[in-house]
Design a protein around this ligand. Structure first.
Ligand code: SOE
Length: 390
């Protein structure tokens, strides 16, 4: 069995989700190249040791540059905050490592283009982890669209809503600072929606956006503050929130469809509500990540007396190429399984030399749209993607 050594940089929420996938994908899927959990890299040595032991990483390293210098590291998994993606990805590409990178891709279009160019110049396999593409219902939506069953698409309506920072006492974590996150839910959540819209509807021609920050100051983070977690440390010193709390964007697609993108962390009751509707000349689709094995379908050709949105269990009928490796019909799968599917396809891409999607090219296209949204919100003007400043 051929193996390749993986080094993961980042040991928090995504570090956990990715470690689970690297460790368990080979147990459920027959892989031509099996990933080995070689090195875990993080800043805090004590936390890092515990992380490595829990997930089975063989070694630890606190300096990511030393990880890239190692000849026994074949794959670099970038699971750190967005502001670190560019430097690590460019260095990893130059070191000839294949790259599995978390979203959002980069802070700026210039960074995104440099990452893509470095990866292509190095001839490495590069993947951008928009995990929701490999969710059963999203893959069914793609199949129905590609088969023409929805017809010409008129509308995309995307909404990615959460509520983990509605409490003004939630601390000023890295997600709420421009230097580390770039933007708030616009980049964090609209990046997913833009990727899904590009995957299912097509590329975007122009956007108009509005953004706002509801809570301007928050307490500095104490111990344990992280994604979705305020942590245990109580602090009194305040800091400025320098990103959006909500971003609403409308878009014209190159194929003439019109779309909307809502991203907010101020939607009480919406926990991870990644939702879209697609309306076409022959029918409509509705997806809700909180019910990720189901897809709602409306077909205009159904007899008038029996028309309506039907709910399909998307793991059935053999259309989800991964489900057979998991469970029998109707047993459904979860959020974590998408990461396994990405690992399986990433290792297959290395084995066959065939590119995986989405990759760093898609990352550039994503950042073009997000950057256009930022420019539009700043100027109040509609921005054509071709006019986006790097
Ligand atoms: C926080 O908003 C977050 O962890 C995102 O960063 C992920 O991409 C999303 O899938 C879940 O929520």
């Amino acid at each position: 069995m051929k193996t390749m050594n993986v080094a993961i940089i980042g040991t928090k929420f995504m570090g956990k989700a990715h470690s689970n996938a690297w460790l368990n994908a080979p147990r459920f899927f027959d892989m031509g190249i099996k990933p080995v959990l070689k090195v875990a890299c993080g800043r805090n040595e004590e936390e890092l040791k515990a992380f490595a032991e829990r997930w089975g990483w063989e070694e630890i390293e606190t300096d990511w540059r030393k990880v890239l210098e190692r000849d026994d590291v074949d794959i670099v998994d970038i699971s750190v905050p967005t502001h670190l993606h560019h430097d690590i990805a460019v260095a990893a590409a130059k070191a000839g490592k294949h790259i599995f990178c978390e979203k959002p891709f980069a802070l700026t279009l210039a960074e995104a283009q440099a990452m893509y160019e470095a990866a292509e110049a190095a001839g490495i396999v590069h993947y951008l982890n928009h995990n929701y593409r490999r969710c059963p219902a999203v893959m069914l939506a793609k199949r129905l669209i590609d088969e023409g069953q929805i017809g010409r698409i008129f509308h995309w309506r995307g909404a990615y809503l959460q509520d983990w920072i509605v409490d003004p006492n939630f601390p000023l974590t890295w997600h709420l600072q421009k230097e580390t996150a770039g933007t708030g839910p616009h980049g964090d959540l609209n990046s997913h929606s833009v990727d899904l819209a590009r995957f299912l509807v097509g590329d975007i021609k122009s956007v108009s956006a509005m953004m706002t920050t509801f809570i301007k100051e928050r307490p500095l983070p104490g111990a344990g503050a992280a994604t979705f977690s305020a942590g245990s440390g109580e602090t009194t010193e305040m800091g400025e929130v320098t990103v959006d709390d909500a971003s609403f964007m409308v878009a014209e697609f190159e194929n003439g469809a019109l779309g909307s993108f809502e991203a907010s962390r101020f939607a009480p009751g919406r926990k991870n509500y990644n939702y879209f509707e697609i309306y076409g000349s022959k029918g409509s689709l509705v997806f809700n990540l909180e019910r990720m094995n189901e897809l709602q379908l409306f077909l205009r050709d159904d007899p008038a007396y029996a028309q309506g949105f039907r709910t399909i269990i998307a793991t059935e009928g053999g259309q989800h190429k991964y489900i057979a490796n998991w469970w029998p019909p109707g047993h459904i799968i979860g959020y974590e399984h998408e990461f396994h599917h990405a690992v399986v396809d990433f290792m297959k891409a290395i084995e066959t030399g065939e590119p995986i999607a989405p990759n760093f090219y898609d990352g550039v296209k994503e950042i073009e749209v997000l950057q256009a949204g930022v420019q539009s919100a700043q100027t109040g003007q509609r921005v054509a993607i071709e006019d986006v400043a790097a």
